[in-house]
Design a protein around this ligand. Structure first.
Ligand code: IMP
Ligand code: MG
Length: 176
């Protein structure tokens, strides 16, 4: 299958640096420490590049969930591993690769709120505009239409995660 580049590596690097500046600006004067939660597996590269660019104390947490079969959300969220530290009173930043239907984030956020963090914010590298998913994303990198993306952590049936750019499969018609 033919792969097409949508955002090349340089564009992604620049965007993530930009997001890191916005995130620092938001926390300035509020706290000098945050707890960043990486939603595995897709966020692995976005997360690591983002936190390397945030000049604050950053604790790491990892949550592993899945809901996709091929290019479709199954709507059922499977939790494979969960946060292993206390979040009460903490400034929590959830780091997600891509928001499509919003089901995954809605599920994760509803649980995280029960821990009573002082503040809960969301950073997503990509937001799809196909749905009114109703989850307000505080820091968004790219907005795209109805297209299935791969690379930079995003997979199609576990393939293409390690592409150093964000692309799409030519067979999936892009409506960008
Ligand atoms: P949602 O629950 O429908 O918002 O989908 C969120 C999760 O599905 C993301 O964290 C991704 O792991 C995966 N996902 C959604 N859209 C895409 C895509 O275009 N490419 C690869 N993975 C995707
Ligand atoms: Mg994901």
């Amino acid at each position: 299958m033919q792969l097409k580049v949508l955002f090349d590596q340089e564009t992604v690097h620049r965007k993530i640096k930009d997001m890191a500046r916005q995130i620092e600006d938001y926390y300035r004067g509020k706290t000098d420490s945050i707890c960043a939660i990486c939603i595995l597996k897709g966020s692995v590269h976005f997360f690591s590049e983002l936190v390397l660019n945030i000049n604050m104390n950053v604790n790491y947490s990892f949550v592993h969930v899945s809901s996709y079969a091929g290019t479709e959300s199954t709507g059922r969220i499977r939790v494979k591993s969960w946060v292993d530290e206390a979040l009460q009173g903490k400034y929590v930043l959830v780091v997600e690769d891509i928001v499509d239907t919003g089901n995954t984030l809605r599920y994760i956020l509803s649980y995280l709120r029960k821990y009573k963090p002082a503040d809960l914010k969301i950073a997503a590298l990509i937001e799809k505009e196909k749905y009114q998913h109703g989850v307000p994303i505080d820091f968004v990198g790219f907005r795209v239409g109805d297209v299935f993306l791969v690379g930079y952590g995003l997979d199609y049936e576990e393939k293409y995660r390690n592409l150093p750019y964000i692309g799409y499969l030519e067979s999936t018609t892009p409506h960008l």
